[in-house]
Design a protein around this ligand. Structure first.
Ligand code: GDP
Ligand code: PGA
Ligand code: MN
Ligand code: MN
Length: 630
């Protein structure tokens, strides 16, 4: 049973915890919360109603304790800066676990511990973990409340910082309890910073417990237990833990998809609207693409989601419909500027929570890439150290490379009118991509669905600061950008993707699959493609391909797929940036380099053993043959 660990603990407890007022008649939920109370031993229990008053009260309390620093109320109204413990700044992949009954079901890409053993360990860590603190109970909905594609979770946490972030990133509170009724299912999520307070202890500004940190998922019982970290990806359990790791398992069982994808709406000058989903690894451009201000005249991009998509077929029209299960953006700060992402800059003008960015002497925030020059005057860096121009590069970067903003989608000037449509939007194209300095062209299109699945499975990217580790910049395979997020055996996941055409009446309605690379570099190490708003030119080419599949002037058929003919990309206005053979280079397919990619992929896929689909082996063989014969 999903609650077995907690049930055992409750029996072990000799005294019943005091009765509490509960805002719900959901007996299983109340029992579960009581069991957590018995295990975690908080001083108080607070059921979150999700109101503005509740949010304001929690913020005021954290401001008083110095956990949240209010920014200048004219420059950034309703906004705050928080500095984390310097050891708690990114997702911790080495302490993330998928505890399926059988190890093979977690697969070779996930850390696995026997669930019985893990439960014993969890009880040790979590017993009494909330002493001296309040346990907040957060009912939350991933997806618009009441949407047929939405799912509900309940998170208990001892971090008020997590509560205020969850209120921006998800829909929380009484309305969710109402939707849950008396007996609907919810995903139970337990989170503690792992630092109980004994009487007289002074609390740390950022309590955490790095040595015992663990983010644990039980896919069969659909439970999440996270201990010792307050960093977003480890502690806002609706996001990566639920909406990707647990939801990917639910999606496998239901025949749907839960993906690490942005969703955007693209309007052509004709007024025709298309919806596109794109999967790139963390810190590889999802938020920027989703919020892009198109430089191509007459084209408009609007955002539905910037990180996660839940997709389901509609049997009526055979089309794949997507919702964004989130309600906020948890965006990478560095590199965000009025030039690169004006819509993000506008979104974060107010009511935004910043973590690990720099603080200027005007009471505003700053990060590398926001402006060319560093700010005047004294600046406090993300570690709390004071910096000024006389210090040069000392104490830099001023903002942590994985510093983030938490901000409501509703505030984004580029939000799509359908961003919270409970039925989702029909997806016409799916894009995969990664950071690749060499080899991989700006854009190419898969020959068909199975070839597209091979392209997704072969995504590789240079490692970014979004996850811990000292292997920054090193190339790693990250299939479907889901390496850290798939909740089951990745080989089975590939099979699930291959099964999609069998799930619809009319497979010709499936989205078309593309691959992009904004990050190709020249010999001097500079990006060759201008990127950002100019990526609209690549989106336009995709729409042209969808609208005119027979038009041979648009593409060259190469061994790796369909690549734009030079001249089929609309480069008006940026001709100067890409002259001198740059476009030729960006669209080149080098058979030798690609053969070495094939070899690396073949080697990588070996780890999936007999769970690796024969259909993908055939796709890889075909690709190799096409390259050898080219
Ligand atoms: P996400 O984590 O996938 O959402 O990625 P972001 O959109 O937050 O981008 C991560 C980093 O990549 C930021 O520093 C961006 O400025 C940078 N970036 C995003 N898109 C582009 C692009 O088209 N070209 C280049 N050169 N950098 C980009
Ligand atoms: P990102 O989201 O994809 O926007 O970086 C956070 C993460 O994946 O850790
Ligand atoms: Mn992400
Ligand atoms: Mn992002």
């Amino acid at each position: 049973s999903p609650l077995s660990a907690s049930a055992t603990i409750q029996q072990a407890q000799s005294e019943e915890p005091p009765l509490m007022d509960t805002p719900t008649n959901h007996a299983k939920l109340v029992d579960w919360v009581r069991a957590q109370q018995a295990l975690l031993e908080p001083d108080n229990v607070h059921w979150c109603d999700g109101s503005q008053g509740e949010y304001d009260g929690l913020v005021a309390d954290m401001v008083e304790r110095g956990v949240m620093l209010p920014l200048d109320s004219n420059l950034r109204p309703g906004s705050f800066l928080t500095r984390t413990d310097p050891a708690d700044v990114a997702r911790s992949e080495s302490s993330t676990f998928i505890c399926s009954r059988d190890q093979i079901d977690a697969g070779p890409t996930n850390n696995w511990v026997d669930p019985k053993e893990m439960r014993t360990e969890l009880v040790k860590s979590f017993r009494g973990a909330m002493r001296g603190r309040t346990m907040y109970v957060i009912p939350f909905s991933m997806g618009p409340i009441g949407s047929p594609l939405a799912r509900i979770g309940v998170q208990v946490t001892d971090s008020p910082f997590v509560v205020v972030n969850m209120r921006i990133m998800t829909r929380i509170g009484q309305s969710v309890l109402d939707a849950l009724g008396n007996d609907k299912k919810f995903v139970p999520c337990v989170h503690s910073v792992g630092k109980p307070l004994e009487s007289g202890d002074k609390d740390a500004l950022w309590p955490c417990n790095i040595p015992q940190r663990k983010v644990v998922h039980f896919p069969e019982s659909r439970e999440i237990w996270s201990f010792g970290s307050g960093y977003g990806g480890n502690s806002l359990l609706g996001k990566k833990c639920f909406a990707l790791r647990i939801a990917s398992v639910m999606a496998r069982d239901e025949g749907s998809l839960a993906e690490h994808m942005l969703i955007l709406g693209l309007t052509a000058p004709s007024g025709k609207k298309s919806y596109i989903a794109a999967a790139f690894p963390s810190a590889c451009g999802k938020t920027n693409l989703a919020m892009m201000q198109a430089t191509l005249p007459g084209w408009k991009v609007q955002v539905i989601g910037d990180d996660i998509a839940w997709l389901r077929f509609n049997p009526q029209d055979s089309r794949l419909y997507a919702i964004n299960p989130e309600a906020g953006f948890f965006g990478v700060a560095p590199g965000t500027s009025a030039k690169t992402n004006p819509n993000a800059m506008e979104t974060i003008r107010k009511n935004t929570l910043f973590t690990n960015v720099a603080l200027t002497d005007k009471g505003d925030i700053w990060w590398e890439g926001m402006t060319k020059a560093r700010p005047e005057g004294k600046v406090v860096n993300w570690k709390g150290e004071i910096w000024d121009a006389s210090m040069g590069d000392q104490c830099t970067p001023l903002a942590h490379p994985n510093s983030r903003f938490t901000t409501p989608v509703d505030q984004c000037p580029a939000k799509d009118p359908a961003w919270d449509d409970p039925n989702g939007v029909p997806i016409s194209a799916i894009i995969f991509g990664g950071r690749r300095e060499t080899t991989v062209p700006l854009v190419f299109q898969a020959k068909d669905w199975n070839h597209g699945v091979l392209i997704g499975a072969s995504v590789a990217s240079e490692k970014t600061a979004a996850a811990e580790g000292n292997d920054l910049g090193q190339l790693r395979f990250d299939p479907f950008a889901m390496l850290p997020f798939v909740g089951y055996n990745m080989g089975d996941y590939f099979n699930h993707w291959l099964s999609m055409p069998n799930r619809v009446k009319d497979p010709s309605k499936l989205p078309k699959i593309f691959h992009v690379n904004w990050f190709r570099k020249d010999a001097n190490g500079s990006f060759m493609w201008p990127g950002f708003g100019d990526n609209s030119r690549v989106l336009k080419w995709m729409i042209d391909r969808l609208d005119h599949p027979e038009d041979q002037s648009l593409y060259t058929s190469t061994p790796i797929g369909y690549v734009p003919k030079i001249g089929s990309l609309d480069l008006r206005g940026i001709e100067k940036n890409v002259q001198g053979g740059v476009m030729e280079k960006l669209l080149e397919v080098n058979a030798q380099s690609y053969l070495s990619e094939v070899n690396k992929a073949r080697d990588y896929f070996k780890r999936f053993g007999d769970r690796f689909p024969a259909k993908l082996t055939k796709e890889l063989d075909d690709l190799e043959n096409r390259l050898r014969n080219s």
